[in-house]
Design a protein around this ligand. Structure first.
Ligand SMILES: CC(C)(COP(=O)(O)OP(=O)(O)OC[C@H]1O[C@@H](n2cnc3c(N)ncnc32)[C@H](O)[C@@H]1OP(=O)(O)O)[C@@H](O)C(=O)NCCC(=O)NCCSC(=O)CCC(=O)O
Length: 360
């Protein structure tokens, strides 16, 4: 049985194991930093931080195996007065010489800061043993966040972004960084990446403020600008399918693209609404369709979600859950629902017992 829920303080060991698979700014593979991130998430779910400072961490639990198999995050606002975000805008510039009758379209990178940023989704990691599972667990991990955003629309910004990872070298370095950032900062890629989490002053002070013509970069570096790396391509496919597209900005360090979607236009948020749990039914055969259902309760178990089949009744939604214990719903309890369309759920439901690749 799969349950998606908020991260808990005693999940630290398992979150650390998952973070080692990605080690990004949002979810660094550092025990101390992860402990702080869990605490920030706990305060966020408890409503104890101002909206724009909230950072929610979700986990996917294989309940029978008592194992966390994935994680994902929502950062309520990415880019503020205290901590602006920095990126390169990727623009085109035309040049024409009448004398030579020559015309060029150049790509230029312009350093830009954002003090009033959008909501960000990030930190999406599925344990490699569960990747490519017929139930499309990566998709479930990603989708669940839109159910939460849709249920609390006014807590989040007008647009949602995702910073996608580019192709890095096998040793974790970035060719764009070696050609550009390293020359202006004298720092290693990872060192600069970590430093930028607390402070972007060094980028403002040391990076060129003038447009950078990418024609000056080697071809193999130019080709990777704004291109999603292999392990992150499933994310690109999932996001494009629900309304996200590249906003023509990149990470100034490694060239990874930022994808954006106006919050109201996200197809999953449009299909999310509050509802009342009206009881259960036994067989999926009697269902009208499939949905993702969530319940939120005050205290340490702040959020839980899972897949269910549904049928609408005058009082609300009757559900057929893979396991009645999944959410422990009580009749008339308030729930959030995201109605899934055919293509999305076909795979999500296939295989109710979740097993890692070697056991399948
Ligand atoms: C990204 C995930 C979680 C995705 O999980 P899975 O690999 O199990 O994917 P899945 O659920 O089986 O499939 C999801 C969709 O991607 C498609 N898909 C699968 N492999 C693909 C590939 N190589 N190229 C293109 N599309 C692919 C599937 O057909 C499916 O789409 P259809 O249903 O349409 O067929 C995982 O691969 C992972 O942990 N990767 C390594 C870490 C990583 O790069 N994380 C993202 C960092 S970037 C980030 O965190 C910001 C973005 C964010 O938070 O959302």
């Amino acid at each position: 049985m799969i349950v998606l829920r908020d991260v808990h303080t005693d999940d630290l060991d398992q979150l650390e194991r998952l973070a080692h698979h990605l080690n990004t700014l949002n979810l660094p593979a550092s025990r101390d930093k992860l402990a702080a991130i869990i605490e920030e998430s706990r305060l966020s779910f408890a409503g104890a931080l101002p909206h724009h400072e909230r950072q929610y961490v979700f986990v996917m639990e294989d309940v029978e195996a008592d194992r966390l198999i994935g994680t994902s995050m929502i950062i309520a606002q990415h880019g503020s007065f205290e901590r602006p975000t920095v990126y390169f805008e990727v623009r085109q510039e035309q040049k024409y010489s009448q004398t030579l009758a020559k015309y060029f379209v150049h790509q230029v990178l312009q350093l830009t800061f954002n003090y009033d940023g959008p909501t960000e989704i990030g930190g999406l990691i599925l344990d490699p043993a569960y990747q490519g599972h017929p139930m499309k667990l990566g998709k479930l991990l990603s989708f669940m966040r839109f159910l939460f955003i849709g249920a609390h629309r006014d807590w989040f910004r007008e647009a949602i972004i995702a910073e996608l990872l580019p192709e890095l070298n096998p040793d974790g370095t970035s060719d764009l960084w070696e050609c550009l950032g390293a020359n202006f900062t004298g720092l290693e890629y990872r060192e600069a990446d970590q430093l930028s989490r607390q402070n972007v002053e060094f980028i403002r002070s040391l990076f060129p403020q003038t447009p950078i013509y990418t024609a000056l970069l080697p071809e193999h570096v130019r080709e990777k600008i704004g291109v999603v790396g292999g392990p992150t391509r499933p994310v690109e496919k999932m996001l494009r399918a629900i309304g996200f597209e590249w906003d023509r900005s990149i990470d100034p360090f490694d060239g990874g693209p930022t994808f954006v979607c106006p919050t109201e236009s996200c197809r999953l948020i449009q299909r999310t609404h509050p509802a009342i749990y009206a009881g259960s039914f036994a067989s999926r055969e009697q269902a009208e369709g499939e949905l993702l259902v969530s319940v939120e309760r005050p205290g340490d178990r702040a959020f839980a979600a899972t897949l269910a089949s549904y049928r609408r009744v005058p009082r609300g939604y009757e559900l057929c859950l893979p396991d009645a214990r999944a959410l422990g719903l009580k009749p008339d309890e308030a729930i959030g629902v995201m109605i899934l369309s055919g293509h999305e759920i076909e795979d999500l439901w296939r295989g109710q017992r979740v097993q890692p690749a070697e056991a399948r």
